[in-house]
Ligand binder design. Structure first.
Ligand code: FES
Length: 85
């Protein structure tokens, strides 16, 4: 299905780009801009962004694996002696 009509990007293109980026770097943050870049294209009108983002969210490889397991948990802060108040 065509997601971005300006650049002729399909849902399969988006999923392939996400899967490739995740396989290449497990810790990378994947953004729409990175997907456009990976596909050798750039966004034009931006009208596809809501559907583009929905398509991205449907991919299980979108989240960074190390952070995906901690979803909903607040990061803990460690304060060294002599720092803070
Ligand atoms: S439809 Fe995707 S940039 Fe225009």
């Amino acid at each position: 299905m065509i997601i971005c009509q300006c650049m002729n990007i399909t849902d399969d293109d988006i999923h392939a780009a996400i899967d490739w980026m995740r396989a290449s770097d497990a810790d990378t943050i994947i953004s729409p801009g990175k997907i456009y870049h990976a596909l050798g294209k750039a966004a034009d009108c931006g009208g596809c962004m809501p559907l583009f983002l929905d398509t991205m969210r449907a991919n299980d490889n979108l989240k960074v694996p190390n952070l995906a397991g901690n979803a909903g948990e607040a990061p803990s802060l460690k304060v060294r002696k002599g720092q803070g108040s």
